[in-house]
Design a binder for this molecule. Sequence first.
Ligand SMILES: O=c1ccn([C@@H]2O[C@H](COP(=O)(O)OP(=O)(O)O[C@H]3O[C@H](CO)[C@@H](O)[C@H](O)[C@H]3O)[C@@H](O)[C@H]2O)c(=O)[nH]1
Length: 248
Amino acid sequence: MITGLINANPVVYEKKRSVDFELHQLVFSSSETVYGQPEKIPCIEDFQLMAMNPYGRTKLFLEEIARDIERVDSEWRMILLRYFNPVGAHESGKLGEDPKGIPNNLMPYIQQVAVGRLPELNVYGHDYPTADGSAVRDYIHVMDLADGHIAALRKLFTTENIGCTAYNLGTGRGTSVLEMVATFEKASGKKIPIKLCPRRAGDATAVYASTEKAEKELGWKAKYGIEEMCRDQWKWASQNPWGYQSQP
Ligand SMILES: O=c1ccn([C@@H]2O[C@H](COP(=O)(O)OP(=O)(O)O[C@H]3O[C@H](CO)[C@@H](O)[C@H](O)[C@H]3O)[C@@H](O)[C@H]2O)c(=O)[nH]1
């Protein structure tokens, strides 16, 4: 029996292929982005879903395809894991994220400012209806995320009638962009210069997870807070300022 774990790549469902490989169990890496601009927070798994940007639509489409497959072929067992915002690195400082080019995401960008590769962080949006005006997300340590996958696989292997079920992988805590910058500055001892910029198109105001379903059904709960996320991200960055490359 093969269990598939796939990320952003589209999955093409081919009956013949699934029979050849006996692939009928799948963990899909979905994303909090499928909640779009939620009317209420925390986000609960049975909320109505929507896409606010092209990336979000890929995740939404793939979730829908997974649900369609399960509806027509009950042999399938699928878990859709909705990652919130994964950050941090392995605590050894040897494994971390190394995006190509200028990073799109907040933490890799902050990290590159801290090591001197970029001059300042553009903070997209300072007029959101949040405590400090910057957008709020649910950041989750990558090691917690990894444990969440193990819990999901256990659930998949032991639950005959799981069907196609979604779980949030988040901490349940919302943190603003400016709070994240301040926490990283503390963890690294580096000043992160910021420039307040207009909102980025396609961004939601505030998104964080309800963790109840994952806690109850997967027996999984995030252990780390933003201090540990920033500590481990900085360990990786300070030991590997140019990621896996030597300095160009
Ligand atoms: O240079 C930057 C980058 C981001 N942000 C803000 O920081 C927040 C978080 O942004 P980002 O790290 O890009 O993540 P999101 O856009 O919230 O989430 C996307 O990126 C995540 C990390 O890959 C995925 O987990 C999500 O599914 C996907 O929706 C947002 O308010 C951004 O506007 C900045 O202010 N400056």
